[in-house]
Design a protein around this ligand. Structure first.
Ligand code: GLU
Length: 212
C-alpha cells in the first residue's frame, strides 16, 4: 500500500498533487516525490521521509507553470528507503519519468537485457527497470509513449499501478494497472489519477475505477 496521484488540466498541478499526497498519507509510506514538466524540462523532486521533506525541496523549485504533474508515496519493496530509490524515476535520457505501486517480479531478467543495451541504473528498484524498458521500446519501435507502455507491460510479470510522463508531451499522463488499484477523476477538461478515490472526491464526483 502506498500512493499515486496525478493531475492534468489548467491549474498549477504541483500543489494539487502535493495536497493529494497528503490525503494518501494514511496508506503509509517511507518516501515521496513528484514529477512535472516546466519550460521544456522534465523535473523530478523526491525525498526520503515525510511529505514535509519533499515540500522543503519543492519550495526551492519554481513549479507554478506546470499544469500536469504526478506524485508518489513509496513503500519500499526493492531497495532501501532513500532519496535515490524514491519515485519518480527517470529513464536514461531523462525524457520519461515513472511512478509505480507494486512489484515487477521479472525485473532482474529485464535489467540484464537492458544492461546489454548500455542502460545504466541509478537505483536499486524494480520500478526503474520498467521506465528504462519503456524508453528502450519507444526508441527501437519509434512509437508513441502510450504504445511503448502497452508493449513494455506485455514483457512484465507482476503487479502494478503506474503513471508515466514525458518531456515532449507536457500535458499527457499515461497510466495502467494490474492487480493494484487505479482511479481516474474527470471534471471538465481536467483529469485526476489516484490509487484510491480519497484525493479525488474533493475535486469531482465523476470517477472511473479502472479494470486491470
Ligand atoms: N516496488 C517499488 C519500489 O520498491 C514500488 C513500491 C511501492 O509500491 O511503493 O520502489
Amino acid at each position: 500500500m502506498c500512493g499515486i496521484i496525478g493531475y492534468a488540466g489548467h491549474r498549477p498541478a504541483v500543489p494539487v498533487v502535493v495536497e493529494g499526497l497528503r490525503r494518501l498519507e494514511y496508506r503509509g509510506y517511507d518516501s515521496a516525490g513528484v514529477a512535472f514538466v516546466r519550460q521544456g524540462a522534465l523535473r523530478v523532486v523526491r525525498a526520503k521521509g515525510k511529505l514535509a521533506a519533499l515540500e522543503e525541496k519543492l519550495a526551492q523549485e519554481p513549479v507554478s507553470t506546470a499544469t500536469c504533474a504526478m506524485g508518489h508515496t513509496r513503500w519500499a519493496t526493492h531497495g532501501e528507503p532513500n532519496d535515490a530509490n524514491a519515485h519518480p524515476h527517470y529513464s536514461q535520457s531523462k525524457t520519461l519519468a515513472i511512478i509505480h505501486n507494486g512489484i515487477i517480479e521479472n525485473y532482474n531478467v529485464l535489467r540484464e537485457m537492458l544492461r546489454n543495451h548500455d542502460y545504466t541504473f541509478q537505483s536499486d528498484t524494480d520500478t526503474e527497470v520498467l521506465v528504462q524498458l519503456i524508453e528502450y521500446i519507444k526508441q527501437t519501435n519509434h512509437c508513441d509513449l502510450c504504445t511503448a507502455v502497452q508493449l513494455a507491460l506485455h514483457e512484465v510479470v507482476g503487479a502494478y499501478a503506474i503513471a508515466v510522463i514525458e518531456k515532449e508531451n507536457p500535458d499527457l499522463i499515461v497510466a495502467a494497472r494490474k492487480s493494484s488499484p487505479l482511479v481516474i477523476g474527470i471534471r471538465g477538461n481536467e483529469r485526476f489519477l489516484a490509487s484510491d478515490a480519497t484525493p479525488i472526491i474533493e475535486h469531482t464526483k465523476e470517477v472511473v475505477y479502472l479494470n486491470d
